[in-house]
Design a protein around this ligand. Sequence first.
Ligand SMILES: *[C@@H]1O[C@H](CO)[C@@H](O)[C@H](O)[C@H]1NC(C)=O
Length: 132
Amino acid sequence: MSSLRNVVMPLLVILFITTSVDGALLDAPKDVVVRITNALQNNVNLTVHCKSGDDDLGMQTLRINENFEFNFQTSIFGTTLFFCGFKWSNEFRWFDIFTDKRDDCSSCYWTIIELGPCLYGIDGLCYQWNKH
Ligand SMILES: *[C@@H]1O[C@H](CO)[C@@H](O)[C@H](O)[C@H]1NC(C)=O
């Protein structure tokens, strides 16, 4: 028993030192809710398809002012990424709806307008669509 501890402890110490030296201490996981609301003009439906490396959240059709919500825990490695395709009329756009680096929010409420997604309403933080 004590020999197992003799092996595990030094390994933990080495792991801790290597991650600290990197300046990349592991992040505490955080619970996040992402909500996406259709605020397009002319009453058009918005089709949203969100994914991460592990999850496909399926296609959601939102009428005007309707929203779609999902939640997850961020990764301790700071690599959480959810991206979505947005389709309306003859338009198709992509957006990284959550990345650890950019987003501090835990209630990340996005309002979708033609120009791009806005965090905290259209007077909040508005972003451009992904380039591709
Ligand atoms: C929007 O989607 C709903 C179903 O979710 C459908 O009944 C309605 O006809 C659609 N409206 C338009 C304008 O396409």
